[in-house]
Structure formats: structure tokens, C-alpha cells
Design a protein around this ligand. Structure first.
Ligand code: COA
Length: 339
């Protein structure tokens, strides 16, 4: 979809945070029947970070990533108008964004959670873009943070090998149309395949004796790996192509392909299908596994810190996952040194 609005938006800064505790594939093989060779050859993952202990939460990770992003700008926390926390593993089902707001001292910011699993960051970025283009807000903090280790069945070898915990944040600011760096986006949902990947609510067998009310709780991640794999490698290239076409940008113009870090094979197949050189793929999932909504901003932050990305580079970002949801955002990078 093309934007017909009058203003633009640019990414001012990025930040990320991961827990200190590492779990490598050999350690996973002491918990379930698997091996480093099996995990690495099928996913590209070597290790992941886990939020262990009882004194840290997703709010701490999200706040740390946000503070790092803020500290690389001249902005104060009080300059942030809106915080969007993309997460599927909040501290509180009523929302955790307000806890992040309080923790970083963004006292003027409205804050809300956005739930769209591994596409959460892409949807958060596009949502922020709307508020900026319409002139409603000037500075927005978009965070992708997840601690799926808390929702993983650690006796299920088909899922527990994949996920890790982390947070990534970007600060986006409104700007003139000329300086706009979010060139366009393309978003999709297909709820008829929701059962392929879910953390579903399961009600108890017995109802409340007087109210006939069934209560329950959320269970662990359940996934049909083969179907999710097929969905990703078929739908993500189509979303990218649709988005590029709407912007009149050729695949050859892409400098970087930044996909949700689910599986190295998915990254490679999508790049192959689009005839994009593997040297243009941004990947760090060998170190962190699939960190869900955090994976894209975490990889973006690392790529920027490693000076991979130059001014005017075209970055194609795609998220995909539970819902099923998937979508693409095309960025033209411009580094704005505010500090
Ligand atoms: N270690 C060793 N063996 C395992 C295993 C593990 N961790 N997990 C499954 N296996 C076994 C299976 O039991 C099966 O054995 P069988 O042939 O005797 O029945 C065999 O390995 C093949 O299992 P299968 O599920 O077909 O493996 P796969 O090649 O499809 O790979 C995934 C599994 C999960 C790596 C792959 O399907 C995948 O990456 N899917 C996408 C998942 C994803 O990215 N989800 C998040 C999206 S946001």
C-alpha cells in the first residue's frame, strides 16, 4: 500500500538487549533428545539467550533496549509521545507497555501493547508510521520484545530448540516527505491457519458450579513446523514482491534483506526465490534463535552497530508468524547523528 499522507518518518536510533544466560545446542540436548548437528543443520541456530532467575522480566529487557536507543539521540524520555510494545509474552495481559513507560520515565507518552507474534515489530513500525504521517505525534518508541522461553514446553523437542528471549527498540520521528525513510509497506493476515502456531487459552474441564463459567489458562507454544515453514517460504517472497512493485523498486535495488529470524533455511530460500545474493541477508539467529517480535529490531541494531548499513541503502524488512500474519516494510536508510 502506498501512503498518500503528507509527512514522512525516519528512524533516529536503535537499541537492543538480551539476557546474559546462554543455552547452547549441546545443553538443549541434555534436556530433550536432540543434537547440535540436528538443530544447526535444520535451523542455523547454535545458541539462544534465556531470561532466567526471578528478578528480571520482559519489562526490564524492553526498557534496557529503549534506554540504549534513547541514549544515542539528543532526546529525553519525556520527548517520547507514544510507546508501542510489540509482544506476545507480556507480564500482564492488560498490557506491559505502561510498565516500560514508567521504567524509562517517558511520562508524556501514551503506551500500549500490540500482539502480532513474530510480525509484531513490522506491524508496530507501520502503526507508528501512521501516527507520524498524520502529524498526531512527533517521536515514537517501537519495541519488539518477547520471552517465549516462558511459554515453551521444554519437553517438546520440536519447538524448544527454536526460541530465545530478547528485545529491540527503535525511535522514529516525523520528518518532511523529502527525508522520509519508510518508503512503503504490505501487510497480510490469514486466520484460517491460526492453529499452525499458537499459545492458546485452554479452559478447565469443569465449569464453575453456580455460574456455568469455564475458566482456564494459557498453555505452551504448539506448532506445525512443516506447515509454518511452507507458509513462510511461499508467502514472504510474494509480500516483498507486491511491496516493491507498489513502490516501483526492483529486486536489484535491494541492499539488505532483513527477515524475521526464524530459521536460516527460510532466510536462504526466500533470498533464492527473489534472486537476492545471500551476502545481502542480515542474520544473527545463530546466536539468539527465534526471538519473535524482538528478532528484527535486534538484528537491525546489530547491523547498524557493525557499520554494515550505509546511507541510502534500501532495506527490505519482512515479518511472519502466528496469526498467521506476515508483511513487509521497505526502508531507505539515513543515519541521523543527533549526538
Ligand atoms: N532433534 C532431533 N530430532 C527431531 C527434533 C529435534 N529437535 N525435532 C523433531 N525431530 C525429528 C522428528 O521426530 C522427525 O522424526 P521421524 O522422522 O522419526 O518422525 C524428524 O526429526 C523430522 O521432523 P520434522 O518435523 O519433519 O523436521 P523438519 O525437517 O520439518 O524440521 C523444523 C523441523 C521445526 C526445524 C522445521 O519444520 C521448521 O523450521 N519449521 C518452521 C518453524 C518456524 O520457523 N516457526 C516459527 C515461525 S515464526
Amino acid at each position: 500500500m502506498k501512503s498518500f499522507m503528507i509527512q514522512g518518518a525516519r528512524i533516529l536510533a536503535t537499541g537492543s538487549a538480551v539476557p546474559n544466560s546462554r543455552l547452547n545446542n549441546n545443553q538443549v540436548s541434555q534436556i530433550v533428545q536432540t543434537s547440535d548437528e540436528w538443530i544447526f543443520s535444520r535451523t542455523g541456530i547454535k545458541e539462544r539467550r534465556l531470561l532466567t532467575g526471578d528478578n528480571q522480566s520482559i519489562v526490564d529487557l524492553a526498557a534496557l533496549a529503549s534506554t540504549k536507543a534513547l541514549n544515542s539521540t539528543l532526546l529525553q524520555a519525556s520527548d517520547i509521545d507514544l510507546i508501542i510494545l510489540a509482544t506476545s509474552s507480556p507480564n500482564d495481559l492488560f498490557g506491559s507497555a505502561s510498565q516500560v513507560q514508567a521504567k524509562i520515565g517517558a511520562k508524556n507518552a501514551v503506551a500500549f501493547d500490540l500482539t502480532a507474534a513474530c510480525s509484531g515489530f513490522v506491524l508496530g513500525l507501520v502503526t507508528a508510521y501512521q501516527f507520524l504521517c498524520s502529524g498526531s505525534y512527533r517521536n515514537i518508541l517501537v519495541i519488539g520484545a518477547d520471552v517465549l522461553s516462558k511459554w515453551t514446553d521444554w519437553s517438546d523437542r520440536s519447538t524448544c530448540i527454536l526460541f530465545g528471549d530478547g528485545a529491540g527498540a527503535v525511535i522514529i520521528q516525523s520528518c518532511s516527505k523529502k527525508e522520509n525513510s519508510i518508503l512503503g509497506f504490505q501487510l497480510n493476515t490469514d486466520g484460517s491457519y491460526a492453529n499452525h502456531l499458537s499459545i492458546s487459552y485452554q479452559q478447565e474441564v469443569n465449569a464453575h458450579p453456580i455460574l456455568n463459567l469455564y475458566q482456564g489458562s494459557f498453555k505452551y507454544i504448539s506448532m506445525n513446523g512443516k506447515e509454518v515453514y511452507k507458509f513462510a517460504v511461499s508467502q514472504v517472497p510474494l509480500s516483498i514482491l507486491k511491496c516493491l512493485k507498489s513502490l516501483n523498486i526492483s529486486v536489484n535495488d535491494i541492499d539488505w534483506l532483513l527477515l524475521h529470524q526464524a530459521n536460516e533455511r527460510i532466510l536462504n530460500v526466500v533470498a533464492e526465490k527473489l534472486s537476492i545474493s545471500s551476502t545481502k541477508i542480515i542474520a544473527n539467529l545463530n546466536k539468539y534463535g527465534n526471538t519473535s517480535a524482538a528478532s528484527i529490531p535486534l538484528a537491525l541494531d546489530e547491523a547498524i552497530k557493525e557499520n554494515k548499513i550505509s546511507d541510502n541503502d534500501i532495506i527490505v524488512i519482512s515479518g511472519f508468524g502466528a496469526g498467521l500474519t506476515w508483511g513487509t516494510v521497505v526502508l531507505k536508510w539515513s543515519s541521523i547523528l543527533l549526538k
